[in-house]
Design a protein around this ligand. Structure first.
Ligand SMILES: [Zn+2]
Length: 192
């Protein structure tokens, strides 16, 4: 319990009384009703604070988003098709990232570092894979060779975007990911 909760709308309020060392606190019954009415908001707030605390000693990205998603039992995965035009710049022939074969049908876009770890779609982590490789890959953590390959791919992709005069949010995100070495950082994090 914190003194912070005692200040409400700028006014000092006696929300509860607590004597340090006691294993109980006193709270007015009308306030209990108020807490009950705002239960969901308070719950979100507590989760948010908890996420912030976890993020200070854990390299896992987007803890808050994960906590919320797990709470709501709702996972929204958006279409990756919007990334095709960028991936095509660097991989016109649609070669599979894993087996290197040209993909003739069922072109899939895959997260190299699993989506279940990232909870995010980022161009620096997306590649084309064939159906065979896609179905056998599942959520496995990428190998060192794949990580080196992805780092090289991202550098090439950045250059391709520059050559094509692309200067948007996707370009910025890719550039930052290279500067901050996201591939290595999140790969290391996903293994732990
Ligand atoms: Zn393949």
């Amino acid at each position: 319990m914190s003194w912070r909760f005692k200040i409400l709308n700028g006014k000092d309020t006696e929300l509860y009384s607590y004597i340090k060392g006691d294993d109980f606190l006193e709270i007015d019954s009308s306030l209990l009703q108020l807490l009950k009415e705002n239960e969901q908001d308070l719950y979100d707030l507590i989760n948010y604070r908890w996420g912030l605390i976890l993020e200070t000693f854990n390299s896992t990205p987007r803890i808050n988003k994960k906590v919320k998603i797990m709470d709501e039992r709702e996972i929204k995965r958006s279409s990756l098709n919007k990334f095709k035009s960028y991936l095509d710049l660097e991989n016109k022939e649609h070669k599979c990232f894993i087996c290197n074969k040209k993909i003739e049908d069922h072109l899939s876009i895959d997260h190299v570092i699993p989506w279940s770890y990232m909870y995010s779609d980022d161009v620096w982590n997306l590649v084309y894979v064939c159906q065979t490789c896609n179905s056998s890959k599942n959520n496995r953590i990428p190998t060192r060779i794949e990580i080196i390959k992805l780092i090289k791919r991202n550098k090439n992709l950045l250059k391709c975007m520059e050559d094509n005069g692309i200067n948007n949010k996707i370009y910025d995100e890719l550039k930052i990911s290279i500067e901050k070495d996201y591939v290595n950082k999140f790969w290391t994090g996903s293994k732990s």
